[in-house]
Design a protein around this ligand. Structure first.
Ligand code: PEP
Ligand code: MG
Length: 878
């Protein structure tokens, strides 16, 4: 295969092969934009290298040919002593992983070419600074030397001179540092720093490949659900320098505000600096608009390019650029990350600008983003809560938690179940663990493009950055704000990722406007631009989707809310939820009943309670189907705990009822209750139980009909494994329905592998199927749904055995295959058989796409997930 592509050979659609950075550099090159020449080594070569611990055959020669072409174009050779070509060796995977993998700059410098660079640039200090940067980056990244050794050496050089800033170091200082750095390399890597330019380049390429498996990269991929086996491409790019003097610099820009979607000039610029300085948030940048004063020509050209890019990509782009001696160079672009709110607003703005159509707009927003917009915001600020400072709102949301100053502490407290806010001067990729553990992130340095901001936005986590008035002291675990206010570790603070406000104390949180919109208390026409965008895209998604969306709800209130959120019926009403609380007594009576009469009495007592619940749900869902599932869990779940009872009885503290109960609990005790007496099996074993429930349903429906309403009952039998079970219950249910004179569909859940495999038979007795993918996942994998998440899934996810828990996103290959078979064979028996799904997966975006594809009629999920399911069902259909 071809492993190396010149920038003129690639394009933006080759991200699988060239990575995002390489593909977009090629695209910009072909658009005629000023991109430094270079080439990309494919992620395929990386995968080969990682699998075989050796480079693929022929790669060396192929790289050599492209390097020669680059040298011809630049008119100089890599590391040529009197006029060196220098290159950067940059990682670039298919999905952006900011700062997670490695990059080496200034490759090609050595004891000879440093002089050539000094001469050509007319800047000796710059040349030696570049050289020491190479040794430092190379030492850390390629030779695996502890980076602190280099940092310490530079700190010592500054201390010896009595200065504080790198800018105060001169040529001789850097010459001294180069010597020191070489010693560090010799002592810690057991080899000399390589002076051969091609060797430098080849080692750097391997190191970048290897950095795909750096622990922080692995952690980031898991967090962002990026597949572990993609590998990274490597870009070899001719160096341009932003640190040649004050007419040079480097910056980042967005074609629109990534937090709000507003059009304008957004970005940061740093004079006389290299790109890594900006992303690391180490020195303070100026707003991009100030570039107009600094370098009018480059500024105008940049704006022009930004417009070209936005029109070409038809989307928000982010950009990294460098100005070298007044000449603008584009170092990177990509379709930019954005907040959830910006995603919705930008999508509709682009429709208005006629750059995309509404289908495309819906494709560009996700259910996860919509879910984020439904998070609460800060409400009114109580008198005793003080706003202590303000930074930039870098990633929206409202976060409240205890202040911590290190990532380690954030993880510890979060593990104890505490909400924490991570305070850092700036974050680095090493803070990833702490950022994941925290509710929110607050930094005192860095702009909207700093590491903290970019990573937090990616995670959908609240972040305020650049709160410069905050003095953060990690050692004493406290921060001081103006006016002498201190935040100590453990103090509760609240941060507003939209406005950037920081409060000492707990701020109350209120519903988001998007939730108010779904609730119907805020209209799309009320002037909130975000709500108007959401309304527009939801309408379009609804007009496109084929899947209906129903709710899992088991009381009138939830049903009513679900309907406001757009539910087209109830897909799962779990009747056992109606047996809890005070009603537990009735269940106890039922279990303890010794005679037929006692049992009937217990059932008769339950019936009116059930009926009342059903009436409320039917009323809330008037005119829409309501699927009521008969009782499912094992009865012992409704009895007191075995140990408690045993103690009471043993200490003589028990009533005679307690003793009977203890006897019942022992009798009902099962080693594997999830595989035991539950679902349809209860209906078969306990006479009259299902009959009572069916009667309550039928009578509730009859009474509502009487009152002029339109109830549509669907009776659902859980945990069926054989058609005979269903037939047995069906007969009893039909009798009751006939007796009350009400019609209702009778169907079953498909939640056991045997049910799926015999779906053709089961469909003889079922008018609908609803896939119970919680139990179907449990029984297909043999995973206890209540235990595995804490028992071992963490390790499985860490090792990449799973990308995501199968209880969260449907396992398409295994469980999904059963769903597919059951759907096909069920419909073969009974054409038009109604098919739905009511497990947790019904509200999971990826799973919704699968259910669309296998041709189900509806998904059912919790009321709050309904908008997400509607949107994703629309996206699946487009
Ligand atoms: C299921 O198993 O997917 C289901 C919806 O039923 P429950 O979660 O109540 O077992
Ligand atoms: Mg179930």
């Amino acid at each position: 295969p071809k492993y190396v592509y010149d920038f003129t050979e690639g394009n933006k659609d080759l991200k699988d092969l060239l990575g995002g950075k390489g593909a977009n550099l090629a695209e910009m090159t072909n658009l005629g934009l000023p991109v430094p020449p270079g080439f990309t080594i494919t992620s395929e070569a990386c995968r080969y290298y990682l699998d075989h611990e050796a480079m693929p055959e022929g790669l060396d020669a192929e790289v050599g040919r492209h390097l020669e072409a680059l040298e011809r174009e630049m008119g100089k050779r890599l590391g040529q002593p009197d006029d060196p070509l220098l290159v950067s060796v940059r990682s670039g995977a298919k999905f952006s992983m900011p700062g997670m993998m490695e990059t080496v700059l200034n490759v090609g410098l050595n004891d000879d070419s440093v002089h050539g660079l000094a001469e050509r640039s007319g800047n000796e200090r710059f040349a030696w600074d570049s050289y020491r940067r190479l040794i430092q980056m190379f030492g850390k990244t390629v030779l695996d030397i502890d980076g602190d050794l280099f940092e310490t050496a530079i700190d010592e050089a500054k201390a010896a001179k009595g200065v504080e800033s790198d800018l105060d170091l001169d040529t001789d200082d850097f010459k001294g540092l180069v010597a020191t750095y070489k010693t560090i390399v010799r002592e810690h890597a057991g080899r000399e720093f390589p002076t051969d330019p091609r060797e430098q380049m080849d080692l750097a390429i391997k190191a970048v490949f290897g950095s795909w498996n750096a622990p922080r990269a692995i952690l980031y991929r898991r967090q962002e659900r990026i597949p572990a086996d993609l590998g990274t491409a490597v870009n070899i790019v001719a160096m341009v320098f932003g640190n040649l003097g004050m007419d040079s610099g480097t910056g980042v820009a967005f074609t629109r505000d990534p937090a709000s979607g507003q059009q304008g000039i957004y970005g940061d610029y740093l004079q006389n600096a290299q790109g890594e300085d900006v992303v690391a948030g180490i020195r303070s940048t100026v707003p991009l608009a100030e570039l107009e004063q600094i370098d009018k020509k480059s500024y105008a050209e940049l704006l022009q390019i930004m417009e070209t890019l936005e029109n070409h990509y038809r989307d928000l782009c982010d950009i990294e650029f460098t100005i070298e001696g007044g000449k603008l160079w584009m170092l990177q672009t990509r379709v930019g990350k954005r907040t959830a709110a910006a995603a919705f607003r930008i999508a509709t703005q682009l429709v208005d600008q006629e750059l995309i159509d509404e289908d495309e707009a819906v494709r560009r927003v996700t259910g996860d983003q919509l879910a984020q917009l439904m998070f609460p915001r800060f409400g009114e600020i109580a008198d005793d809560v003080k706003k202590i400072t303000e930074g930039m709102g870098a990633s929206p949301g409202a976060a409240v938690g205890k202040a911590v100053f290190t990532s380690g502490r954030a993880v510890e407290l979060a593990d104890d179940g505490e909400d924490v806010i991570l305070l850092r001067r700036e974050t680095s990729p090493d803070d990833l663990n702490g950022m994941i553990a925290a509710r929110g992130i607050l930094t005192s340095r860095g702009g909207k493009t700093s590491h903290a901001a970019v990573v937090a936005r990616g995670m959908g986590k609240t972040c305020v950055c650049g709160a410069e008035e905050l003095e953060i002291d990690v050692k004493s675990r406290q921060a001081t704000a103006p006016g002498g206010v201190t935040i100590k570790e453990g103090d509760v603070i609240s941060i507003d990722g939209t406005t950037g406000a920081v409060y000492l104390g707990e701020v109350a949180v209120v519903d988001s406007p998007v939730v108010q919109y779904f609730e119907g208390t805020l209209a799309a026409s009320d002037g909130d631009e975000l709500v108007a965008s959401v309304d527009r895209l939801m309408r379009h998604a609804d007009s496109r989707r084929r899947l209906a969306v129903r709710a899992n709800a088991d009381n009138g209130e939830d049903a009513a809310r679900a309907r406001r959120f757009g539910a087209q019926g109830i897909g799962l009403c779990r009747t056992e939820h109606m047996f809890l609380g005070e009603r537990r007594q009735y269940v106890e009576d039922l279990i303890l009943a010794e005679t037929k009469e006692d049992r009937s009495a217990a059932l008769r007592a339950l019936e009116p309670l059930q009926k009342q619940d059903f009436k409320e749900i039917f009323a809330a869902m008037d005119g829409l189907p309501v699927t009521i599932r008969l009782i499912d869990p094992p009865l012992h779940e409704f009895l007191p705990d075995l140990t408690d009872l045993t103690v009471r009885v043993a200490t003589g503290d028990a009533s005679s009822d307690d003793e009977r109960l203890l006897e019942a609990v022992r009798r009902l005790h099962e080693q594997n209750p999830m595989l035991g007496l539950r679902g349809v099996r209860l209906g078969v074993v306990i006479p009259g139980l299902f009959g009572m429930q069916v009667r309550a349903i039928a009578e509730a429906a009859a009474e509502l009909k009487e009152a002029g309403k339109e109830p549509h009952a669907e009776i659902m039998i859980p945990l069926v494994g054989a058609v005979q079970e269903l037939e047995y219950i069906r007969e009893e249910a039909e009798k009751v329905l006939a007796d009350v004179g009400v019609e209702a569909l009778i169907g079953t859940m498909i939640e056991l592998p045997r049910a799926a495999m015999t779906a053709g038979q089961i469909a003889e007795a079922a008018e609908f199927f609803s896939f119970g993918t919680n139990d179907l996942t449990q029984t297909t994998w043999g995973f206890s749904r209540d235990d595995v998440e804490s028992a071992f899934f963490g390790r499985y996810l860490e090792l990449g055995i799973f990308g995501v828990s199968p209880f969260e996103t449907l396992d398409v290959d295994g469980v999904g295959r059963l769903v597919r078979i059951a759907a096909e064979e069920g419909r073969a028996t009974r054409p038009g058989l109604k098919l739905g799904i009511c497990g947790e997966h019904g509200g999971d975006p990826d799973s919704v796409h699968f259910f669309h594809e296998v041709g189900l009629d509806y998904v059912s999920c919790s009321p709050f997930r309904i908008p997400v399911a509607r949107l994703e069902a629309g996206r699946a259909a487009i």
